[in-house]
Design a protein around this ligand. Structure first.
Ligand code: FMN
Ligand code: SF4
Ligand code: SF4
Length: 353
């Protein structure tokens, strides 16, 4: 089976899931290619070599990100080709259920045969940071969900019910402002020059080249923004000095700064002892109870009590460059500027892994 995993990612959570999925499908003997959408590249892909396409994206404002939708809309898919959706996001509320509806319309128009959709759980890159232990538990559930995906997709078992009316309504109402929200919010972005260490990472890695510096009186260069923002949060999420103010979202406290990103290599190795989410969980994570129950139920139906054995979910391979940068950063003191500059260099190396 020749499979293409076509995905969009802002802060690399979707890339992470894609890598796991690729390895798992290859273990089934599939021939798997990946394509990460570059929002500045409008090329039309040739799908003729593939039997099936996996479409991966995060959820932004209860919908697929505009960059993803735009890319999908400009493709011409071969009629009858099979496809499945693997989306991910920080919350499991049903308000996210219909997030694929706009790009599904395009797929249906091209007569793509989409029968399966899966919602993986990944920590927020906006709103609030997730606890490592909670992520560890989510990964365990994601492993099960991946087994369900592979089994159902491979055996042609559909898993895509028609979306209920109210999630469709939520997506309609929130998606449209989301589509213009980044451009509007760009007017409000601000960099705290007292914190910034001029590493240039945000400018270099912004997927739309939305950030630049213009001359300033002190000669340092003032940060300025075009109006081509995807709200991917890459700039603020990875900034080694946490110098970004993300406009109106900042006023709501929706700010996650994770200098090297969530450290999945570390999280994957954490032992799993006590459950993080239980039936007596209160507050935000109550939405996870229902999701975990649904995954466990379906997993049992397909595999009984067999434990999940997924060697592909072992810690991701670590490159020599990553090891070098990581040990250099670890050896430095956290407060000093050299540390932040080394950290910027280290984060930059992560982008290309
Ligand atoms: C602008 C924006 C809007 C988001 N909206 C939602 C949302 O509506 N529901 C949700 O569960 N997560 C939401 N998230 C969280 C992301 O879906 C989540 O962190 C995802 O794993 C990011 O994937 P990426 O690293 O591949 O970009 C949002 C994130 C951003 C940046
Ligand atoms: S990533 Fe942060 S520290 Fe580096 S130049 Fe941008 S704002 Fe400054
Ligand atoms: S300005 Fe920041 S949030 Fe906007 S597209 Fe660039 S990196 Fe992403």
């Amino acid at each position: 089976m020749n499979c293409l995993l076509l995905y969009y990612t802002g802060t690399f959570n979707t890339r992470y899931i894609t890598q796991k999925l690729k390895l798992r499908l290859e273990r089934e003997g599939w021939n798997v290619s990946t394509y990460e959408i570059d929002p500045l590249n409008n090329e039309r892909l040739d799908f003729s070599a593939y039997d099936i396409i996996g479409l991966g994206s995060p959820i932004y404002g209860f919908a697929a990100p505009y960059a993803f939708l735009k890319f999908i809309r400009q493709q011409k898919f071969p009629a009858g080709i099979k496809a499945f959706i693997y989306k991910n996001s920080g919350e499991t509320y049903h308000a996210n259920d219909a997030s694929s509806k706009y790009f599904l319309r395009k797929l249906h128009k091209d007569k793509v045969d989409v029968q399966n959709e899966y919602h993986f759980m990944m920590p927020y890159n906006i709103h609030f940071p997730f606890d490592d232990y909670c992520i560890r538990e989510m990964m365990e559930m994601n492993k099960k969900l991946l087994e369900i995906l592979v089994n159902e997709v491979k055996n042609g078992i559909p898993n895509l019910s028609p979306y209920k009316l109210w999630p469709r309504f939520v997506t309609t109402v929130v998606a449209r402002p989301q589509y213009i929200g980044g451009d509007a919010n760009s007017f409000l972005y601000h960099v705290d020059m007292n914190k910034c260490i001029d590493c240039g990472l945000c400018i270099k890695r912004c997927p739309t080249q939305n950030i630049y510096r213009k001359p300033s009186k002190d000669g340092r260069g003032e940060f300025a923004f075009h109006h081509n923002c995807l709200m991917c949060m890459r700039c603020s999420f990875f900034c080694p000095a946490d110098a970004f103010d993300i406009g109106f979202l900042e006023d709501w406290g929706w700010h996650v700064n994770k200098k090297g990103g969530y450290d999945y290599r570390k999280i994957e190795q954490m032992p799993l002892d006590e459950p993080f989410v239980t039936n007596s969980t209160e507050g935000f994570f109550t939405c996870y109870c229902e999701k975990y129950e649904a995954i466990n139920k379906r997993y049992r139906e397909l595999f009984g009590n067999k434990p999940v054995e997924n060697p592909d979910w072992a810690p991701s391979p670590v490159s020599e460059r990553w090891k070098e940068e990581n040990s250099r950063v670890t050896a430095l003191k956290h407060s000093d500027r050299t540390y932040k500059q080394a950290k910027a260099f280290y984060i930059d190396s992560l982008f290309s892994e």
